[in-house]
Design a protein around this ligand. Sequence first.
Ligand code: NAD
Length: 305
Amino acid sequence: MPEDRVGFIGLGVMGAPMARNLLAAGHDVVAFTRTRAKVDDLVAEAPDHAAAAGSPREVAEQAGVVVLMLPDSPQVQDVLDGDDGVLAGARSGSLVVDMSTISPVVTRELAERCAEQGVGWVDAPVSGGDVGAREATLSIMAGGSEEDFARARPLFEALGKTIVHVGPVGAGQVVKACNQVVVALTIEAVSEALVLGSRAGVDPATIIEVLSGGLAANKVMEVRGRNFLEHDFTPGFRVELHHKDLGIALQTAREYGVALPNTAAVDQMLQALRANGRGDRDHSVLLNHIEDLAQHTIGAPPEHD
Ligand code: NAD
């Protein structure tokens, strides 16, 4: 029965383990991604429960609910449109669950087009990274009608721990943009504090330890503290993805007439890191940018004038 199968499009860093978790939870999955070999790997692991589709259209023809986990708005638009797109194969009553991080403005446009065809939409971006995707501990922030959210919920339970229905269509992407603003600006603030403290002669590990006990405590220092101290910028979450997400926040801010001065500044810092070849590093590499401005590497022996 098509309704019982879950469609999955986009088997990347996040999508591949998420599709595996759906299979592990007992769902039958029909999948498509740009690189055929990744679908074949999934089918080989669970031949009785996973099937390969030749296009997004075929996915929608064979599944009542289609999950998307794609890089950005243009790719989501691509898989929906055209003769081979999801909308060419979807029936009235189908549901698209977009778990990619994309623009809330584009989301609302795409959801409206789906609604014209009787197809529902839930935007459900996630946080928790590749580890959360593998361990099925993602935080999922979902936007959509009560009815569509209830339909998607069993899938979310196979993928994440914190599942919150945050509002109507688009609200999930709005909350994700808010999340990305806070994380980026926190990384930048911690970097400034560490460079200031270290340049002025205090051990950066001590700064993190003491700050963690007061109002300045934050999850970035807890989860990325070691990366800062050891200058280990192995991703994690890549600069280029975070730069994309601040672009979404700034575009949304422009749409609604909201000024985000510090988000704009950090967006430019991430742009600079990409331009000098650090786009594939973890976003904690923002520390390098602040170190460059001060000509000081944290933890280096104190300099004397
Ligand atoms: P990724 O680049 O690893 O994976 C994207 C997948 O989509 C790839 O397999 C690619 O082949 C496929 N794809 C691209 N265009 C396609 C098309 N037109 N048709 C079919 N398949 C196509 O990206 P990712 O890290 O898995 O991230 C996916 C989304 O999740 C992004 O929006 C990202 O911002 C978000 N996200 C990522 C993380 C993370 O830690 N990586 C954390 C939270 C959210």
